[in-house]
Structures are given as structure tokens and as C-alpha cells.
Ligand binder design. Structure first.
Ligand code: 17E
Ligand code: FE2
Length: 418
């Protein structure tokens, strides 16, 4: 197979992309438009890019908004309560069907790599076990990492640490913590030390829901970064949310950024989620509650965007369109300069791949697995502005779906030439 007349990110002109079975074999610049023949796909001067990556989503809770009740306050904490009620009704098929439906939505919007959290504050571990089975079953269709997430605390929830050990035995790829939700600051700190110890012992990645609160005194990020640094695990560790950083003072941030940079840890911001859940205890002015994406990125720290929720107790919208999350994120973080737009897709592609630790096999280059998407736009700026549809998704050299560009069928009624 072959794609002709493709634009690529960061370069001008048109390219032909050749596949050798499941791998890219060559990427060749064209000196003119080529006509496509059978067996080749005409990209019609649109952008071919690496698939989108969803680095942080809760598939066990997806599509449960309103069950058994709606989150009325819009706070993280009421979300945790609603979910706790729903959690007692979980069955493997219920989780499986909702996760599959959610994955379908993600895939139909160009996602081929997913990190899902699975709540392990549950003695049955049904969410984690079901998502691990689904991961194995779908492994040739989509890359899934399962993160064991102790929603009600690693140390505050009864037998939380043992449940984490069982989750690792049951196949979790990633382990997490929720230090800002532990009963005390000390328990929050200990939970991070335990997680880094377990990750070292069992060769797991780490992804912590870290400081997801507007409290400027929630400073678990420094503990996580220092533990990761001293364990030599920085690139394998991720801090998700870090919304309290929005409320840290600048002098503290200046000192903190030195450590963050040295540690090499990754960041995930969920801008639609955080603009909705944070600021809920403010009157006016009302904080945005989104971490310092622009400043982290400018400091050379790896940061990416995620959707977090699709119709769950925390957030009742969502549809798997990462371009929407990117649009929100850039607005909220004041990343609206031309220099931001020309590389906007970094935050839902390359940066996220680095967070997941999959960059070796990710990207459009000879010898890499032939995974890519075709977007209905010319470049990052155009795709972002138009919120382009994904027209084609290819995985291991095979088309997984194709979509016709949307067209208006009635005549142009503002035409003045007629
Ligand atoms: N749980 C949590 O602690 N934070 C979130 N944003 C979600 C679940 C979605
Ligand atoms: Fe989350």
C-alpha cells in the first residue's frame, strides 16, 4: 500500500508514503501532484500524521453519568461519592460494554493509543481485571495501558496497599496514587514513596493523580518528582492534573521547576475536566484551575493533553475528540500565539507518546509500525482551527476506518457571481 499527495507535519510540499506490510518503508518528497492508482490512497494535499494518543481516561467509569445520581456541585469530591455508589453495582459485562463503546468513539476520532485508569479501591478489582482482559483481547487493534488507580486512597482505603499489590499481580502496566485525597499530608507523602518503591520492584510505569485540587498548599508534586529523581525513574513517571500548581505562588514555582526539570517526569493536563471541576470553591475572581502548561513546556518539560472523562460522574460531556480538548487547552493556557498553533498537535501526539513510553515505535518514519491518520486539513494550525475530521486511520498497514469529508449539498446562497 501507498499514500500519495500527503502533507506531513513540520515540512512543506507533498510526500508519498510507502508501506511494506505492517511497517513504513519510505517517505519520499514529490515534485508534483501524483495521480493515484489502484492500491494507492490519494491524501489530496491533506495532513497525514501519527495517530492521536489518549494518555489519561477512566474507561471503568465512562458512560455512567447520572447513575445512580447526578453530580450537582460539579466538584471532584461529589464525583468520587457518586462513583462510589455506582461502583457497588459493577459487573464485568457492564464495564466491558461501556469501555468498548468509549474505545469505539476514541478510535473513530483517530486515537490508537490509550492509557486508562482503573479504580482499585474495590476488593473485587473487577474494573482492573476487566480492563486488563480487554487490553489483551484488543492488542492487535489498539494499544492500551491499564493504570491501577486507588481512587479512595492507597493508605486511607482499607487494605489499599494490598489491593495495589494484587493489581500488579493481575497485570497492571502502570500504578498510581492520589496523595491530595489521603486523610493526612503524611499519608499522601508515604503513598508516593510506596508507589515509587513498588514501581521499581515490579518494573511498572507510574501515573499519579497529583494535587488535583485548588489548594495552594497541596505540594505532593515535589515529593513525587524528588522520589522519581532519586530512583532514576523520571521518564517512566507522570504527574496527572497538578491543578494546585495553578495556585502556587511564582517564587515557589520557580524553585519547583528546577526539580521538575532535573527529574525528567512527564505531565498530563486535562483542561476540559479541570476548568469544570476546579474553581468550585471560588466566588469571583474564579480560578481556571489548569496547571501551568505553557510554562512547563517552555521549560522543556514534557506535557500533553487528555480528556480524562467521557460522560462519567465527574464530567457529563466528552466524545473522544482530542482536537476539542486541545482547543480548550490552548485557550485556557494562553497558548494562542502563531508559534503555538504551528506545533499544536504535539500536545496530543508526540508529547503523549513520550508520556506513555511508546516513542520508539511511534511516528511516521521508515521502519516504524505503519500507524497513521489522515486529517481534513493542511497543517496543525488549519486542523486545529477547523477542528478537522479524521478521514482515515491506518494501523499496521491496514485501514481501520475511512470517512468522507462532510459536504454542504445545497447551493451556496451567498454567492454573488450568479
Ligand atoms: N477521579 C479523580 O480523582 N479525578 C478525576 N478527574 C476523575 C476521576 C475523572
Ligand atoms: Fe483522572
Amino acid at each position: 500500500m501507498k499514500i500519495v499527495n500527503a502533507r506531513l507535519r513540520g515540512s512543506s510540499g507533498l510526500y508519498s508514503i510507502d508501506f511494506d506490510g505492517a511497517y513504513f518503508s519510505s517517505i519520499t518528497p514529490q515534485d508534483r501532484q501524483l495521480t493515484s492508482d489502484t492500491g494507492s490512497i490519494d491524501a489530496r494535499s491533506r495532513l497525514v500524521c501519527a495517530p492521536f494518543v489518549e494518555p489519561h481516561i477512566h474507561l471503568d467509569a465512562a458512560l455512567t453519568a447520572g447513575q445512580p445520581r447526578w453530580n450537582k456541585s460539579g466538584t471532584l469530591f461529589e464525583g468520587i461519592e457518586c462513583w462510589s455508589d455506582r461502583k457497588s453495582m459493577l459487573e464485568p459485562d457492564d464495564i466491558r460494554n461501556r469501555a468498548l463503546e468509549t474505545l469505539e468513539q476514541l478510535v473513530s476520532h483517530g486515537v490508537q493509543y490509550v492509557r486508562t485508569h482503573a479504580d482499585i479501591s474495590d476488593p473485587s478489582l473487577v474494573g482492573l481485571k476487566t480492563l486488563c482482559s480487554l487490553r489483551d483481547e484488543l492488542s492487535d487493534k489498539i494499544h492500551i495501558q491499564v493504570a491501577a488507580f486507588p481512587q479512595e486512597g492507597l493508605l486511607s482505603y482499607p487494605r489499599g496497599l494490598q489491593l495495589m499489590e494484587q493489581a500488579i499481580e493481575s497485570g497492571a502496566d502502570v500504578i498510581g496514587a492520589i496523595p491530595h485525597f489521603e486523610y493526612t499530608r503524611e499519608m499522601g507523602e508515604s503513598s508516593l514513596k510506596e508507589i515509587i518503591r513498588l514501581a521499581g520492584a515490579h518494573d511498572c510505569l507510574v501515573d499519579v493523580h497529583c494535587d488535583e485540587i485548588d489548594d495552594p498548599n497541596s505540594r505532593f508534586l515535589e515529593v513525587l518528582a524528588a522520589e522519581a529523581l532519586f530512583a532514576g525513574m523520571g521518564s517512566r513517571v507522570t504527574a496527572s492534573h497538578t491543578t494546585a500548581m495553578h495556585s502556587y505562588d511564582n517564587a515557589y514555582c520557580s524553585k519547583l521547576f528546577r526539580l521538575l526539570k532535573h527529574s525528567g517526569i512527564n505531565f498530563i493536563s486535562c483542561p476540559t475536566e479541570s476548568i469544570h471541576l476546579q474553581g468550585r470553591f471560588d466566588t469571583y475572581p474564579k480560578r481556571r484551575g489548569v496547571t501551568r502548561v505553557k510554562e512547563l513546556d517552555a521549560a522543556g518539560i514534557n506535557v500533553c493533553f487528555a480528556e480524562d472523562s467521557i460522560r462519567d460522574p465527574w464530567y457529563s460531556l466528552g466524545n473522544g475528540r482530542l482536537l476539542r480538548v486541545l482547543d480548550f487547552g490552548l485557550h485556557i493556557c494562553h497558548m494562542m500565539g502563531h508559534e503555538d498553533f504551528v506545533r499544536a498537535l504535539d500536545f496530543i501526539t508526540d508529547h503523549s507518546a513520550r508520556t506513555l513510553g511508546i516513542e520508539k515505535d511511534y511516528g511516521i518514519a521508515p521502519g516504524k509500525p505503519a500507524n497513521c491518520i489522515l486529517l481534513d486539513g493542511e497543517d496543525d494550525y488549519d486542523v486545529l482551527r477547523r477542528q478537522s475530521d479524521v478521514l482515515l486511520s491506518i494501523r499496521q498497514g491496514q485501514i481501520i476506518f475511512q470517512r468522507e469529508p462532510a459536504q454542504v449539498v445545497t447551493p451556496k446562497h451567498l454567492s454573488v457571481n450568479a
